[in-house]
Write a protein that binds this ligand. Structure first.
Ligand SMILES: Nc1ncnc2c1ncn2[C@@H]1O[C@H](COP(=O)(O)OP(=O)(O)OP(=O)(O)O)[C@@H](O)[C@H]1O
Ligand SMILES: [Mg+2]
Length: 370
């Protein structure tokens, strides 16, 4: 694959001296041609600032941006071959859909027949052909969003930037539009850089994603890599619903140098290949995804606790189980034991599904101790 966009040590600081606000702390990455690349992270982590720098709407405080190997850091937005769709749709209310979509070509001085032809082609791709002569006010939120995308792609930009395009839509329409945007992406073969704070959106749509936190990319990887091998606890708990359970643990070193993890009273032998990663740690934190836990009969081989809450989710149930010292774990599993709230249960899991984190740095030490 060819690298299309390269961000090199990008940094953006807002405000006057003494009143600085960090927008982006430090960002370096390469985005390949035709990728569907997503920036995901909590509010204020610097997603929009990053997109605005890529679009040329914001000048980086330091660092460089390269487009097909060319330094475009100082290039004005209109010369970048990059289009952006903003979170608030902002269509021209008194213009028809056709005029809205065709606007960039009108500004570029194209003839009316050429503009019409292109508008109709784009509207066909977007599935709003029959809406061309309506005004935005007559369209649903999802249809308006398609018009905004149409206006952005009519000049066939190499990169399409989408800043939380679905956040204003209701849950059902959002799911529908996800598929729709992916279909459009395949059809127009443009590189899409997408911003969302919704981890489900990020995981289901992207070829790769950057999980951002406080102005840095904590991890850049394919969705599977992010899910299976999160680089630290922030990523591990941010990705996946319900969130990964985190429990304190002790690392016990035996007389012969063997290592054992004590998790809520359960002793788990650690295979020797993980000893290096745990060296120097007496305390750790461990993580278990709600879907990795089964409810079993309590025994000395399980973490035991009491069911505080049971909620049917359809095929499965969500349980809240209280274990040692009042710690609560969320479990998503079938109800094989037909448990009642208040009942004692054992939590069964495969050690290969247990994550171990450094107690201070929060860095992932082991992805599974099987
Ligand atoms: N023009 C500005 N002036 C001052 N501070 C700004 C400006 N734009 C952004 N910031 C600050 O930079 C940080 C990153 O903001 P940004 O808008 O990039 O976050 P975001 O990840 O897009 O958040 P959200 O999910 O809420 O849209 C925030 O602390 C924000 O307050
Ligand atoms: Mg934003």
């Amino acid at each position: 694959m060819t690298v299309l966009l390269k961000l090199e040590n990008l940094r953006k600081v807002f405000g006057r001296k003494g009143h600085e606000v960090i927008g982006v702390e430090e960002l370096s990455m390469e985005i390949e041609e035709r990728e569907f690349f997503t920036f995901v992270g909590p509010s204020g982590c610097g997603k929009t600032t990053t997109l605005r720098m890529i679009a040329g709407l914001e000048m980086p405080t330091s660092g460089r941006i390269y487009f097909s190997g060319q330094d475009i850091t100082a290039l004005p937005p209109q010369r970048r071959d990059i289009a952006m769709v903003f979170q608030d749709i902002a269509l021209f209310p008194y213009m028809t859909v056709r005029q809205n979509i065709g606007y960039p070509l009108k500004i570029a001085g194209l003839k009316k027949t050429a503009i019409n032809e292109k508008c109709e082609e784009i509207a066909g791709i977007l599935g709003i052909y029959d809406k061309l002569d309506m005004k935005p006010g007559q369209l649903s939120g999802g249809q308006q969003q398609r018009v905004a995308i149409g206006r952005a792609i009519i000049k066939e930009p190499k990169i399409l930037l989408l800043d939380e395009p679905l956040s204003a839509l209701d849950a059902r329409l959002r799911t529908e539009m996800r598929t729709e945007i992916l279909r459009i992406h395949r059809k127009i073969e443009t590189t899409v850089i997408y911003v969302t704070h919704d981890q489900v959106e990020a995981m289901t749509m992207s070829t790769r994603l950057a999980v951002m936190d406080k102005g840095v990319a904590v991890q850049i990887d394919h969705p599977k890599g992010i899910f299976r091998n999160p680089s630290n606890q922030t990523v591990a708990t941010f990705i996946g619903t319900p969130a990964m359970n985190i429990l304190p643990a002790r690392v016990i070193v035996g007389a012969n140098g063997t290592k054992t993890l004590d998790v809520a009273g359960l002793k788990l032998p650690v295979p020797s290949r993980h000893y290096d990663r745990l060296s120097g740690c007496e305390q750790a934190e461990v993580g278990l995804r709600p879907q990795s836990i089964r409810l079993v009969q309590p025994s000395s081989d399980t973490i035991n606790g009491k069911v505080m809450l049971k909620e049917p989710l359809g095929l499965e149930n969500e349980f809240v189980v209280e274990v040692a010292q009042g710690m609560r774990l969320v479990v998503v599993a079938q109800d094989d034991l037909a448990v009642d709230e208040g009942q004692e249960v054992g939590l069964g899991f495969n050690p290969a599904d247990l994550y171990v984190f450094h107690v201070e740095t929060q860095e992932t030490l082991c992805c599974g101790i099987g």
